[in-house]
Write a protein that binds this ligand. Sequence first.
Ligand code: FES
Length: 67
Amino acid sequence: MYVCVCMAVTEEQIHEAARRGARTLNDLRRDLGVASECGSCATVARHCLKDAQEMRQKAAKAKRPTA
Ligand code: FES
């Protein structure tokens, strides 16, 4: 699904950016151009980035050995 139509950035690209270390909308803007034109994607892009970060945190917790 496209998140940023102006720059043709997909949800998967945002998840990949999060895996590479993107933490903020400014990071997405720098790395992918998200919200650098009309800006209407900013809110959805933030949600998408937050989802990606939460998924990474859950995956990291699942990998931790139990005591
Ligand atoms: S939709 Fe992302 S800058 Fe326009």
